[in-house]
Design a protein around this ligand. Structure first.
Ligand code: GRF
Length: 217
């Protein structure tokens, strides 16, 4: 029997979904949901025989109706986590509260720097010397939920938004599957002050390299 652990929400390209599948996690993805019927990432789901659902936001009168439809599908699978991978819709507080500490996102900056949807451009404009990606729980504070892990990449004086985005994306493709595996295997606690702690298996000897995850005990 298939072990079902998480659903993935996408809107477009789906390169993170692809990386998650290639890292050996495809069999643990219950389904992929896209709000965009033309999302090319849906092809990756099909390649890995993962069920797909389209919930086109344009067909719903309100955000709540759209989110309600999402929950109807998600609850069919009772997943442990809801993984956002380039999902470009803002979720309602109602949805976020229903799945407290279950929704995970990856953002292309070292949060809390550069929230919003042009993080790489903002990093270039700020002339920062390092950038990176952050995996975090989703709360109703946009991009500011409890941080699970961060990874860093250098920036270069010659970088433009495209080059920096590619460098960060390469990091994302390693960081996101790595952290999802951790979250599936280990117990996760969020302290009252928002500090995330993941309990570690004693035999877990994974090298962290440039990744800075929540403390693993
Ligand atoms: C990534 O840059 C991710 O950080 C952001 O959206 C982008 C998704 O890319 N949240 P993809 O669809 O996974 O290729």
């Amino acid at each position: 029997m298939k072990i079902v652990k998480f659903v993935v929400l996408i809107s477009g390209r789906g390169s993170n979904l692809h990386a998650i599948c290639k890292a050996g996690l495809a069999s643990q993805i219950a389904c992929v949901i896209s709000n965009n019927p033309k999302a090319s990432g849906l092809e990756f789901a099909k390649q890995f025989n993962i069920p797909t659902h389209i919930v086109d936001h344009k067909e719903f009168k309100s955000r709540e109706d759209f989110d309600n439809k999402l929950t109807n599908i998600i609850d069919l699978y009772a997943p442990k986590f809801i993984v956002l991978a380039g999902f470009m819709r803002i979720l309602s507080s109602w949805f976020i509260n229903k799945y407290t500490n279950q929704i995970i996102n990856i953002h292309p900056s070292i949060l809390p720097a550069f929230i919003g949807n042009q993080a790489q451009k903002d990093a270039i404009n700020a002339k920062v010397k390092i950038s990176g990606a952050t995996v975090h729980f989703v709360t109703d504070k946009l991009d500011l939920g409890p941080i699970i892990a961060q990874g860093i990449v250098p920036t270069d004086a010659n970088d433009d938004t495209t080059i920096l985005s590619e460098r960060i994306l390469h990091l994302e493709h390693q960081l996101y599957p790595f952290i999802i595996k951790k979250l599936l295997r280990h117990r996760v606690n969020i302290n009252p002050d928002g500090y995330v702690i993941v309990q570690k298996d004693i035999e877990d000897k994974t090298e962290l390299g440039n990744f800075y995850p929540a403390i693993f005990y």
